[in-house]
Design a binder for this molecule. Structure first.
Ligand SMILES: *[C@@H]1O[C@H](CO)[C@@H](O)[C@H](O)[C@H]1NC(C)=O
Ligand SMILES: *[C@@H]1O[C@H](CO)[C@@H](O)[C@H](O)[C@H]1NC(C)=O
Ligand SMILES: *[C@@H]1O[C@H](CO)[C@@H](O)[C@H](O)[C@H]1NC(C)=O
Ligand SMILES: *[C@@H]1O[C@H](CO)[C@@H](O)[C@H](O)[C@H]1NC(C)=O
Ligand SMILES: *[C@@H]1O[C@H](CO)[C@@H](O)[C@H](O)[C@H]1NC(C)=O
Ligand SMILES: *[C@@H]1O[C@H](CO)[C@@H](O)[C@H](O)[C@H]1NC(C)=O
Ligand SMILES: *[C@@H]1O[C@H](CO)[C@@H](O)[C@H](O)[C@H]1NC(C)=O
Ligand SMILES: CC(=O)N[C@H]1CO[C@H](CO)[C@@H](O)[C@@H]1O
Length: 360
């Protein structure tokens, strides 16, 4: 069996390299990619150690207790809105053991589900989730709006996606960061770009938006499960800004970036989602997390770039998912120089940048 650490490191590494090949705008050289991987591995090791040290502190326990209460209440609320019985079992409790058995075992835990709400814990089974710093990719757009619901008119499996950022030095939530997220739609097309491999969509902003973290380091979005596109495993981008300025027109300028990440999703979940309409109409070729493993891996850090999740209705995935991930960061890190923007949204259209790798 593939070791968890190697498997995940490989996934993370492969994704980074996969991005380089798959995204037409990406021009990083192999040397640059290798340098990025080494830098990221060093940072991830440090963050993992920091989070491990956090797991038994009072602050972390309190943060976790609040997370359990919040996520549990959120699940109830989302289910009530959709008219789903709160007694219905939730699907897919993923834990570290399940993840280690990722390749050989099905970790759909429907039949073993109990009423234990600690499944919403950030610690315990899914102890101290860590996503590494991953390349920003060429589809980042400057000037998107501050809003929690980024769905717009996009059809797909609704997802309430909760991020929690934890300071690896203090074990506290990282407050007042502006999270900026983006992903491809159900048929694998990003809004706001017009490049080969991505249907022209400059006048759209779907599945993009910003939200500030609260005192627990939490910010959440209502979106849909992303679709796949050729050359990449399904992923969700997230970047965190700090020391930014909010403009009157509900967007931000300035500041620095202290995390650049991508979330990945369990293979079984991906297939279950993609069996439904309109994902089922996507004709682009699928790259699974496993298939992304072609790249050589030299690191063996314990990465977990997969959010935990529950089905809101155990019998119908199209009713939606609640997903959450806790990400350990060093809030004083500065990745501003690694951030590139494909264009800027001006309220009506996206103005592509002449060089998609330029900063703002
Ligand atoms: C974690 O998952 C494994 C494999 O699916 C399961 O046997 C085990 O009971 C789970 N542990 C917890 C704490 O849920
Ligand atoms: C968090 O996880 C660690 C490592 O598994 C464990 O030692 C600790 O007791 C857990 N803390 C809580 C509050 O569950
Ligand atoms: C988000 O907005 C879409 C329409 O744009 C709507 O259908 C959906 O119910 C909203 N989600 C939530 C959780 O409010
Ligand atoms: C995804 O976006 C493209 C471009 O905006 C659009 O043509 C396509 O219909 C969208 N897919 C779905 C499932 O709505
Ligand atoms: C998960 O398990 C439940 C119950 O065994 C089953 O109905 C459902 O189809 C499974 N889903 C996936 C994605 O395997
Ligand atoms: C972060 O990096 C950017 C780009 O290199 C630089 O302009 C900025 O001054 C840095 N911020 C801090 C707080 O050092
Ligand atoms: C918001 O205001 C800034 C500064 O005037 C402008 O550059 C930007 O295009 C505006 N964005 C939107 C979405 O209106
Ligand atoms: C100049 C400035 O605003 N610096 C702030 C940047 O953000 C950090 C973390 O939130 C603050 O500690 C600094 O004061």
């Amino acid at each position: 069996m593939v070791q968890l650490s190697n498997l995940l490191a490989t996934i993370a590494t492969a994704s980074l390299i996969g991005t380089t090949l798959a995204h037409p705008g990406e021009t990083h050289s192999r040397t640059q990619v290798r340098r990025d991987i080494l830098k990221r591995d060093a940072l991830a090791t440090k963050a993992k150690r920091g989070l491990d040290a956090c797991s038994n502190t009072l602050k972390a326990r309190q943060l976790d207790e609040r997370a359990i209460a919040r996520r549990s209440a959120k699940a109830d609320k989302l289910r009530a809105v959709r008219g789903i019985s709160t007694n219905a079992p939730l699907l897919f409790r993923r834990n570290l053991t399940a993840l280690e058995e990722f390749e050989t075992h099905n970790h759909n835990l429907t039949s073993t589900y109990t009423t234990d709400m600690t499944l919403f814990s950030s610690n315990g089974s899914s102890s101290c989730i860590l996503t590494p710093e991953v390349t920003i990719g060429p589809y980042n757009i400057h000037g998107e709006l501050i809003r929690s619901n980024i769905t717009e008119d996009q059809q797909g499996v609704p997802v309430h996606l909760e991020f929690q950022f934890v300071n690896i030095n203090t074990c506290e939530g990282v407050e007042d960061m502006m999270l900026d997220i983006w992903a491809a739609n159900a048929t694998g097309v990003y809004s706001g770009v017009d490049v080969s491999g991505n249907e022209a969509s400059l006048d759209t902003t779907y599945l993009r938006g910003l939200q500030a973290t609260d005192s627990d380091g939490v910010a959440s979005f209502d979106t849909i499960f992303p679709g796949h596109y050729a050359g990449r495993a399904i992923h969700q981008h997230v970047v965190s800004h700090y020391n930014y300025t909010i403009l009157p027109n509900n967007t931000i300028v300035g500041g620095d970036i202290n995390h650049i990440g991508q979330l990945f999703f369990d293979e079984s979940l991906r297939s279950a989602v993609e069996a439904t309409y309109p994902y089922s109409t996507n004709t682009q070729s699928i790259v699974s997390n496993d298939d992304d493993q072609w790249a050589p891996s030299q690191a063996d850090n314990s990465y977990d770039p997969f959010p935990d999740f529950v089905y809101l209705d155990a019998s119908d995935i199209t009713k939606g998912l609640l997903m959450w991930i806790s990400i350990g960061i060093d809030p004083t890190a500065n990745y501003t120089s690694d951030a590139v923007f494909a264009g800027s949204w001006d309220g009506e259209t996206t103005i592509p940048h002449a060089n998609s790798l330029e900063g703002v």
